[in-house]
Design a protein around this ligand. Structure first.
Ligand code: SAH
Length: 245
């Protein structure tokens, strides 16, 4: 079972996330153990402050180190040290590979920043795994934390109903997903490809494989460089390349 602790000054932002969807199901099934901690409960002054002005001046507040260090210490109760993730635009960029890596941990603590971010000494003291969700800045770590937890949670065996569907998702095998169709067979003159109605499982498998490769080649050729391709995939790629050449 994977335990995830979120640390935030806006715990209510997690209510809907934890009430519905894949993470909620994982919790119900006993595959995930998720907790939200209000950073204000770890403050020591009467205003329950979690931030203060920056030394050296300038605009914007900085998250206090002490409450964050206290909550991390309190949660450090397992035999194995929890893996502390700090949401930050300065971290390594989140990918499916990182989601898989985090899914192997027993206990994640995800720190959600606000304002200008965290007092630098939290980094010194905790040496967190700093993770960014992309090269842009959002106003708080809560949405990044939920995003990371969702991608990690669905990597846990059994959390997503059909584990095959996770393995076929985009990026799981280093490629984009193949196209999907559902009823009806024809809509506004657009038909479902015949092969998908053929009932021929091997042909369908090959068609999907080819479509995934075509798509990746067209939309994300950079992914193909790092994808682990077997002989079949390489043969399909050669065929596609010959068409255009
Ligand atoms: N001044 C900081 C940004 C602070 S944004 C800097 O430039 O590094 C406030 C908080 O939002 C951050 O502490 C972090 O928790 C979250 N955040 C903002 N952008 C993010 C991103 N791309 N990935 C992950 N977390 C992010």
């Amino acid at each position: 079972m994977l335990r995830i602790d979120f640390v935030t000054i806006f715990p209510r932002m997690f209510d809907a996330f934890l009430a519905e969807g894949v993470i909620a199901r994982g919790v119900k099934q006993g595959l995930l153990d998720v907790h939200v901690h209000d950073l204000r409960d770890y403050t020591s002054d009467k205003h329950r402050s979690t931030d203060d002005e920056a030394y050296g001046g300038g605009p914007g507040m900085v998250m206090l180190a002490e409450p964050v260090l206290r909550v991390v210490e309190k949660l450090n109760v397992d035999i194995q040290k929890p893996h502390v993730v700090m949401t930050s635009p300065q971290g390594r960029t989140f990918t499916q590979a990182i989601a898989k890596e985090l899914a192997k941990k027993q206990h994640l603590i995800i720190l959600c920043g606000r304002y200008e971010g965290f007092d630098e000494r939290i980094r010194e003291s905790v040496n967190p795994d700093e993770i960014s969700i992309g090269d842009f800045v959002v106003s708080g770590g809560e949405i990044p934390a939920m995003l990371i937890a969702d991608a990690v949670g669905r990597m846990i065996e059994g959390v997503v109903g059909n584990s095959g569907s996770v393995e076929e998702d985009s990026f799981f095998n280093g490629l984009l997903d193949y196209p999907h169709y559902t009823r009806p067979e024809e809509i506004r003159g657009m038909r479902v490809p015949d092969v998908l109605l053929s009932g021929h499982h091997e042909k369908i498998r090959l068609w999907r494989r080819e479509q995934a490769l075509r798509r990746t080649l067209r939309l994300r050729p950079d992914l193909l460089k790092n994808a682990e391709l077997d002989d079949e995939a390489r043969a399909i790629l050669r065929k596609i390349e010959n068409e255009s050449g």
